[in-house]
Write a protein that binds this ligand. Sequence first.
Ligand SMILES: CC(C)(CO)[C@@H](O)C(=O)NCCC(=O)O
Ligand code: NA
Length: 620
Amino acid sequence: MDPSEQKLFTVLDYVIFGVLLAASACIGLYYALSGGRQRTTQEFLMADRSMHCLPVSLSLIASFQSAVAIIGVPAEIYSHGTQYWFIGCAYILGLLIPAHVFIPVLYRLRLSSAYQYLELRFSKAVRICGTLTFIFQMVIYMGVCVYTPAFALNAVTGFELWGTVLVTGLVCTLYTTMGGLKAVIWTDVFQTVVMFAGQLAVIVVGVQRTGGVSEVWKKVVEGNRISGLDLNPDPTERHTFWTLGVGGVFLMLSLYGVNQAQVQRYLSSRTERDAVRSCYVVFPSLQLALALSCIMGLVMFARYCGEDHTDKLRNSSRDAMVIYFVMDMLQGLPGLPGLFVACLFSAALSTISSAFNSLATVTMEDLIKPHFPSMSEVRATLVSKALALSYGLLCLAMAYLTHLMGDSVLQVALKIFGMVGGPILGLFCLGMFFPCANSTGAVTGLGAGLATAFWVGIGSIVTRTYNAKQLPPNCGVVLPSENATTALQTAFSDVMRRPSGLKRFYSLSYMWYSAFSCVTVILVGLIISFLTGPMKEEDVTPGTIYPLVEKLLCFLPEHVKTKLCCVSPLRRPSSEQQRLPPQHKERNGPTCPRQTPSPEESDRVSSEAYTPFVEHETVV
Ligand SMILES: CC(C)(CO)[C@@H](O)C(=O)NCCC(=O)O
Ligand code: NA
């Protein structure tokens, strides 16, 4: 039953894969020729700020759900059991906080780039540092995304590796450059559906071929793959409830709270309410995506019972084995292998298109426009398209670099999110929750956060500390006595291999990277701010602070709160009002509802005191 021995793909499979690419390109073409024909940066980068909640929410899922998750999560479950599934707990706070903290602040400022916030709150220097950090993160990440499916398919089916990378990169560049954010969002919708369909097909056929649900369940239980809640507080333990459920919240916040790819989708929403709602819709969909990939890992285990099939592959990674499993299941069913390949590429395309578009946006808004304030709209749009194109080509180069990394792809991607995304999250938290933080503190904090994150990250790679619980490789029934001896042996070797000193620091679970670097940024930022003279209340741009303490203490009487919070960012002395620039005219949508405080706030805050500083955008 070696899939590589048989003819895997029929004509129908190639047709299905071709339809995916053609449909994506057509959506790009459609948005290039309809609406405003992508003649303004407002349309090309912000989709005219007219998007509804549903497409935005599907697009939000698609951004960070790539082939890495489709292949990496089943591989993780197969080898280490279902502990990783507990990351689903982190989705609760990881989406509620963006919806009710980050979206209100960022949306009301009517930004184009999330990092514009950093200039409003701190200074230009902080904005540029934030932007460069983001570019660094996304450029590495998109290399991993485009390389992963091509590599795994190549190992199993002999799909031409660099040909696949090239086709993915070019098709994606094409529709991103032609159709702008509207095309990116609508292709995401279509691709998310294909992604779910492909995973579902594998699971249904897989369960059937392994002998039904009860048989699968019996085997995964025998093989000890169903993990209970691991409450071990050790931060070096790779996956526990704490690393996944708490560390995961920071990971989710760095992605869904402050990452430009996501913030841009919130900002492209018609109203703030649509943006918040789409965040709510992400929750069940993301749980579904997680469940599908975890179940796929379990079915794969039931099928092979831990037997290693990687010897039949050109490389011996678990990631490639997932594709081997899929092709083993789906062969002989015309159309289904093609559907799964389409699923993999949908996941990859939707992620890299988000990356291209968000990278073009920040480069334009944060790095180029400030230097050419009088640039014409036609020219700005042309430059934005050129940027999307260049990032597309850069992506191909980055795929080459990924070639050199040897870790599991899931771990690589999540490490990048933690090491680079965590410090950016710290920067926004410092700005939103600590009115006293100043610009010097922010820059130093970011530097310190990045430095410590890379210290741990690179340290862990160099010293190869790897703290995964070894599960029995197969699903043979374990006798009770045997079980006890193994438990003893495991406990003993646990003590023996517990590292000390720096090595222990390097073995910090990668799931803590986001939290660790975020907290480092905040602490260092606060210390430096106090040493260099904290920001004065009246110097903070209105609307850039989230009244965290006030909200948390909402149950206390008013006069106690006034005493506790020395700074109340929502109330401004009236002299402050005169310094604000006149409210700029909005292009679409009503002005009032967005700028007025939500009902619960309006009794405490006068509405003009809430009107934030608005940076002028080029409006045609
Ligand atoms: C971002 C999370 C953790 C959200 O569940 C998940 O989608 C994931 O594990 N992503 C891995 C990165 C990727 O799929 O490209
Ligand atoms: Na994706």
